[in-house]
Design a protein around this ligand. Structure first.
Ligand code: URA
Length: 286
């Protein structure tokens, strides 16, 4: 079919409106054809991932999240059997013994549809032995292009915030995301996408063994602490996350992108940073 110039312009506008703001390759790719040829997930070759238990947040004065948490726990994941892709993700993640193995395994993992529209698998950045591990939501455009987390505007703000309390990626901070591929148009990731990335994220924490976790915004709070409460209620309240019997202190705080939109929230973010600094001092890490 021949396209009129106006048709091509309208089509392009439709794609931009739908969130396609980056041309990754010169030729269009039929993703459905690629999906049909995708190899079946490996089976049986790896041991089953250990069951992760999420520790609820350190008791807030009133634990308003408890009924919601109980409801969520009742619904998932035991109520719904995991998909083949989730089982494969668990097996692959559990088989990794080092951060490098985990990075390579993720680069080969094709079951998350986000990978098809992203340029890079964005794994992590920072010092592998850093005491602080920060977890954001998902890579954006800049991160997809560079293959590193938090390199755009919010990343620049995050670096400034970290520097203000003596942290940086070169020496004592390590940064990753809940999702390893950019959602098209920077839309929020779906629960299915988060569920597919979760085994890699949890193994990431296990292998990294941070002394402190910092959760940037509501998405990591939801997927790591299993709390649906909004970030404005959870921020600044220390929680705990248990890995192989070791309790890691967890601090939820605002996502730097939110601080760019709401500069007045920087006051609270600063209090969270101070709290992080005191915790690190208490633990002898700063
Ligand atoms: N926002 C995130 O949550 N993560 C990034 O890596 C960049 C922006």
């Amino acid at each position: 079919m021949e396209l009129e110039p106006n048709d091509a312009r309208d089509m392009l506008k439709w794609l931009v409106d739908a969130g396609a703001d980056e041309a990754l390759v010169d030729e269009p790719v039929n993703r459905f054809a690629v999906a049909a040829q995708a190899p079946a997930p490996p089976s049986g070759a790896f041991r089953e991932a250990p069951v992760r238990s999420f520790e609820p947040a350190e008791k807030p004065s009133v634990d308003r999240a408890a009924p919601r948490r109980a409801e969520l726990q009742a619904r998932a994941p035991s109520a719904t059997p995991p998909s083949a892709a989730t089982t494969s993700a668990r097996q692959l993640a559990a088989a990794c013994q080092t951060l490098d193995e985990l990075r390579l395994s993720l680069q080969k993992f094709d079951a998350c549809a986000l990978k098809a529209t992203a340029k890079s698998t964005v794994f992590a950045d920072g010092a592998a032995d850093a005491p602080v591990m920060l977890i954001g939501e998902a890579p954006g455009r800049d991160e997809d292009l560079e293959g590193l987390p938090f390199v755009g505007r919010s990343g620049q703000l995050l670096d400034t915030m970290l520097r203000s309390i003596g942290l940086d990626r070169q020496t004592n901070a390590y940064i990753t995301n809940v999702i390893f591929w950019r959602p098209p148009g920077n839309r929020p990731p779906t629960s299915e996408e988060a569920a597919l990335c979760a085994p890699f994220l949890l193994r990431h924490i296990e292998l990294k063994q941070p002394k402190v976790l910092v959760l940037l915004g509501g998405t990591p709070v939801k997927h790591i602490l299993n709390i649906e409460e909004g970030i404005t209620r959870t921020r600044g309240r220390w929680a705990r996350y248990s890995v192989n019997g070791v309790e890691i202190p967890v601090l939820p705080t605002f996502h730097p992108a939110y601080l760019l939109r709401q500069p007045s929230a920087k006051r609270q973010a600063w209090l969270d940073l101070l709290s992080l600094k005191f915790k690190l001092r208490e633990l002898g890490c700063l």
